[in-house]
Write a protein that binds this ligand. Structure first.
Ligand code: NAD
Length: 248
């Protein structure tokens, strides 16, 4: 039976690239989406047309009940879970911290931090060898913003990804005896639609010259790191924060 991978927020960008690559690696893919049902279902069809296996399931990862329902549906339809990729993430309009509202911080933390927490909790209950599971792997999609701080842009997002990094390191140690490896990738500036939400759709072009490799990254290049961390090739890697940032 093929291994099951759940990728949150996978209808586009890094999540969609990871879904395609995971299917090529023989995983049966669960494409979680929030609002983009048509795109997610089209991606599942595309993967199936290329000989892979994929289903699209909805859930707002920041909503506890919806996350419970998502995992219950996976139990029912697939019967197991081997890998969780906490990819769903968002940022808001660039501004200085003193202009930010509390509601904005709550929204940013809800998706980027609480979403990962809620999905991790459900996944651990299914994967843990101490709870009768087969073990597994968790890959959190953080950001190099966690160490650069994103001054003048989105310190809330940087702080949220910093929390994801701490969760990764702690959880890797907490789950070592449960047969679950936990790692994070920290993308640099990757050419996806997320930059439009920050109010800077041309971000990749603007910062390219300041990146040591002199270009933004592609979603597929981040997907390679995620799928490697998810798989057996990374059997001795846990608690790592892997920058995929062109040296930034
Ligand atoms: P994207 O905006 O294309 O993809 C984000 C996805 O998350 C979308 O499909 C969106 O619908 C989904 N999503 C948002 N909120 C959700 C929620 N509450 N529940 C379920 N799904 C939700 O951007 P991307 O660049 O592909 O981002 C993927 C991940 O990579 C994010 O965690 C992001 O923070 C991280 N990242 C991106 C970059 C970059 O430069 N693109 C850099 C560092 C980190």
């Amino acid at each position: 039976m093929s291994r099951i991978i759940l990728i949150t927020g996978a209808s586009r960008g890094i999540g969609a690239a990871t879904a395609r690559l995971a299917a090529q690696h023989g995983y049966s893919v669960v494409i979680n989406y929030h609002r983009q049902r048509e795109t997610a279902e089209a991606l599942a069809k595309e993967i199936a047309a290329n000989g892979g296996q994929a289903i699209a399931l909805p859930a707002d990862v920041a909503d506890e009940a919806q996350v419970r329902d998502l995992f219950a549906e996976i139990d029912e339809r697939l019967g197991r879970l081997d890998v969780l990729v906490n990819n769903a993430g968002m940022l808001e309009q660039q501004m200085r911290l003193e202009q930010m509202s509390l509601e904005r911080w709550q929204r940013v933390f809800a998706t980027n931090v609480y979403g990962s927490f809620l999905c991790n909790r459900e996944a651990i209950a299914r994967m843990s060898t101490r709870q009768g599971g087969r073990g597994g792997a968790i890959v959190n999609v953080s950001s190099i913003a966690a160490r650069l701080g994103a001054p003048g842009e989105y310190i809330d997002y940087a702080a949220a990804k910093g929390a994801v990094d701490s969760m990764t390191v702690g959880l890797a140690k907490e789950l070592a005896e449960d047969g679950i490896r936990v790692n994070a990738v920290r993308p640099g500036v990757i050419d996806t639609e997320i930059h439009a939400s920050g109010g800077e759709p041309q971000r990749v072009a603007r910062v390219a010259a300041s990146i040591p490799l002199r270009r933004g990254g592609r979603a597929e290049e981040v997907a390679e790191a995620i799928v490697w961390l998810a798989g057996e090739q990374a059997s001795y890697t846990t608690g790592s924060l892997l920058d995929v940032s062109g040296g930034r």
